[in-house]
Design a protein around this ligand. Structure first.
Ligand SMILES: [Zn+2]
Length: 221
């Protein structure tokens, strides 16, 4: 016991800098496919003063999510890591080839109402695969919850969506709308590295929480 306490007191300062949660064993770590919205000629939502493009924000955020998930021991595959156009079918194909355990698509929102703000997460309520729909719903819940904890943004809730990438994939899949580019206040926040880090941490926390909760369920059964 004494030895354990000594060990902890010696190494606690080192552990303090480590990411939250325990690191997974690499061979059995799940594969997370991060789908980076838009790209190339498809810029996604845009706004001026200050100028902001959705495709860039998606890439910056997804790169941070990848970094945090890799620190936790997950395998991560990004559908794009450059400013390239990528058809929707190709994104689904990448997820299937990677044998992804889950699929997380990163996007940012836009609305005619400049007041609209906050975060929402979509899943596809597929009637032909209830298990996948239930898991996707759970994943959407945990990710939204963790993003709100990290960013203190307002939650617009988990919603059912019929977007191609979350409908056509075969694993649990969600689409995160990480804030409104059309809202000036939120756009200014989204452009800061500090906020991008909070958002990305929230997504990574949510993914980690999703897998940890499943493990506990499996043990109980
Ligand atoms: Zn988008």
């Amino acid at each position: 016991m004494k030895f354990v306490l000594l060990f902890l007191s010696l190494f606690a300062p080192l552990l303090a800098g480590a990411p939250t949660g325990s690191v997974l064993n690499v061979p059995d770590a799940p594969t997370v496919v991060l789908d980076v919205g838009h790209g190339g000629t498809d810029r996604g939502a845009r706004a001026h003063l200050p100028y902001c493009e959705e495709k860039k924000l998606c890439l910056l955020t997804a790169r941070l999510v990848r970094q945090y998930l890799e620190q936790l021991g997950y395998h991560v595959v990004m559908t794009r890591n450059t400013d390239a156009f990528l058809p929707l079918a190709k994104r689904v194909e990448i997820a299937s080839q990677a044998q992804a355990s889950i699929f997380v698509s990163v996007h940012f929102n836009s609305s005619r109402s400049v007041e609209a703000q906050g975060i929402e997460v979509f899943f596809h309520d597929s009637s032909d695969n209830r298990l996948r729909a239930r898991a996707s719903h759970k994943l959407a819940d945990t990710i939204l919850n963790r993003i709100i904890r990290r960013t203190c943004a307002s939650s617009r809730g988990v919603k059912k969506g019929n977007f191609y990438v979350i409908r056509e994939t075969s694993m649990p899949a969600v689409l995160v709308e990480g804030g409104f580019i059309s809202n000036k206040e939120e756009r200014c926040l989204l452009k800061t590295r500090d906020y991008q880090e909070k958002l990305a941490r929230g997504i990574a926390d949510g993914v980690d929480q999703y897998f940890k909760a499943r493990k506990v369920v499996r043990k109980v059964r």
